[in-house]
Design a protein around this ligand. Structure first.
Ligand code: ADP
Ligand code: MG
Length: 542
């Protein structure tokens, strides 16, 4: 507008100048010219204003359309989310129901699993024998010159794993009858089979342990045949310091403990706890390797095994230490083992002169009146527990009644007390003394004494297994401290695994044959033992 005013102003001056300067005709010509120019300019401006207004309105329409579209999309999104939410709610409800069903089914399956697992273990025999043949080692050849005739084959291999159930002993020596004999066991490990493989066959027994059965795993064989290697592993041997570095070399004892803790971690927290005792049976005496004096210093103390009024084995005053995990356990065992070698009252220098018994006692808290509670859903187990309790207490009340047959129909050696309802199961892990002393002659003094004690305890063990095999009414558990101590995890429906350890060399032929004979005899237990469930055998306890 200002521009027009300016233009008009200048035009006016011009007009005035022209008006006053020229004649009438020229003046009107200039006015017409100006008028035309202004009109043209106004027309142009109006036109562009118009198109600008049009453009603006179009733009506005376009933008509002976009926003409207966005709002619509957002509303749709919210609607969809709402629907999805509802779907999720329905799904969550369905899942909850399914979970409940699955949980119920799982509980049932768990009971079935437990029963089946036990049948399987029973079918394999409550006493089973595995045999491990160690590799030939450099020390097998030591002390024998290879050039000496007749001695040449001394370190030659004569004992083989023919397959994973058969041991073959094959040997022909000049001047001797040749031997070609096979022995059958539940499992035979050849020299190349690892600690891992051996443990894989042991692990199912630990499931039985948590199902309420006592378990014993023992290594039998002559000195140097690999008992300690199999049970503990090379790290825990003698006084070499234990290290967790080489886990693949760990033996049955540390692995079993790890497995027990693993199995317990799957149960409700606080319902289980584990105590450990470590004892040595030397010259038919029990030495507590975890005992402490008033200063808290550990030293080997003699203890004795007794049979309680409830018919269980007990070692009064024996040190039990509670452990929370496998490494605490290993620490304890290592402490015990160091004492085994060092203490002056334990006169033997070599661990092979004594039996090492590591016991894990697992206590389960059973909730109040509901004995079928927590982990004892299994019909058979809970019945057994009920029986245990009803057997135990009336006997406690009538103190004068004979209790010698209290184990008659309570096959598992579970303990339950009225105040705190607890069930105890026991895992006993045994590294037996070297069996080479059986039949050894020509030794005197302390060595003779040791030898005869080892002789007696190992033959007492053979007698016990033999008596169970023949289902004799009397099993002579009390003939030695070793068998008395192990009674609860050998007899009844406890599960025993004997791991025969064999040196394959020719110079160990006699000892290997003796061990294989022991294993074969123990194995007959299984054949005689397979029995119908719910049909208790007559009392095996004295
Ligand atoms: P034992 O306890 O029966 O007297 P050891 O367990 O001490 O015998 O074994 C004797 C030696 O043989 C040890 O040096 C051990 O490491 C070794 N050994 C035993 N079994 C095996 C095996 N399966 N593989 C490798 N080495 C073994
Ligand atoms: Mg040993």
């Amino acid at each position: 507008i200002k521009q027009y005013q300016g233009l008009a102003g200048r035009s006016t001056n011009e007009v005035l100048q022209l008006y006053s300067a020229r004649g009438h005709q020229q003046r009107s010509y200039v006015l017409t010219q100006l008028h035309g120019a202004i009109k043209k300019r106004l027309k142009q401006d109006l036109k562009s204003l118009h198109s600008f207004a049009l453009e603006l309105s179009k733009d506005f329409q376009r933008q509002s359309k976009t926003y409207l579209y966005q709002v619509l999309t957002a509303v749709q999104g919210i609607q969809m989310q709402n629907e999805a939410m509802q779907m999720f709610q329905i799904k969550a409800f369905d899942l909850e129901q399914t979970l409940q069903e699955v949980t119920e089914r799982y509980e049932k399956e768990k009971q079935k699993r437990r029963a089946l697992h036990n049948s399987l273990i029973e079918l394999r025999g409550n006493i089973r024998v595995h045999c491990r043949i160690r590799p030939l080692l450099p020390f097998d050849a030591a002390g024998h010159s290879l050039s000496q005739d007749g001695q040449r084959n001394f370190s030659e291999k004569v004992t083989y794993a023919a397959d994973d159930e058969t041991v073959l002993v094959k040997c022909s020596r000049p001047g001797h009858a040749s031997i070609n004999k096979t022995f059958q066991f539940e499992r035979v490990y050849n020299a190349s089979e690892s600690q891992d493989t051996v443990f894989a066959d042991v692990a199912p027994l630990l499931t039985s342990l948590l199902d309420g059965y006592n378990v014993c795993i023992m290594a039998y064989g002559q000195t140097g045949s690999g008992k300690t290697y199999t049970m503990l592993g090379p790290q825990l041997e003698e006084n070499t310091p234990y290290s967790t570095e080489n886990e693949s070399e760990l033996g049955i004892i540390p692995r079993a403990t790890q497995e027990v803790f693993r199995l317990i971690s799957e149960k409700p927290p606080g319902s289980y706890w584990i105590e450990v005792s470590v004892v040595e049976v030397y010259n038919n005496e029990i030495f507590d390797l975890l005992a402490k004096d008033s200063c808290g210093k550990v030293f080997g103390v003699k203890r004795d095994v007794v049979t309680t009024k409830e018919g269980k084995r007990d070692v009064p005053l024996l040190m039990y230490e509670t452990v929370e995990n496998a490494s605490e356990f290993l620490h304890l065992v290592k402490k015990g083992l160091q004492l085994r070698v060092r203490h002056p009252t334990l006169v033997h220098a070599h661990s092979s002169r004594s039996h090492l018994v590591v016991t894990l006692t697992i206590t389960t808290v059973v909730s109040g009146d509901n004995l079928a509670g927590i982990s004892w859903e299994d019909e058979q187990t809970s019945q057994r527990l009920k029986k245990e309790i009803s057997w135990t207490f009336p006997q406690k009340m009538r103190e004068n009644t004979s209790t010698s047959s209290s184990r008659a129909s309570s096959p598992a050696h579970l303990e339950a007390t009225e105040k705190i309802k607890q069930v105890k199961t026991r895992l006993q892990l045994v590294d037996l003394a070297g069996s080479e002393c059986v039949g050894m002659s020509g030794v005197t003094g302390a060595a003779l004494r040791e030898t005869s004690f080892i002789n007696r305890s190992l033959s007492a063990l053979a007698d016990v297994l033999g008596a169970i095999a023949e289902q004799r009414p009397h099993v002579p558990y009390r003939n030695s401290k070793l068998t008395h101590l192990l009674q609860d995890s050998i007899g009844g429906d406890a599960k025993l695994l004997v791991m025969l350890c064999i040196s394959p060399g020719q110079k160990y032929l006699t000892e290997s044959m003796q061990s294989l004979g022991f294993g074969t005899r123990a194995r007959q237990v299984q054949r005689g033992q397979v029995k119908k469930r719910n049909c208790p055998l007559p009392s095996k306890a004295k």
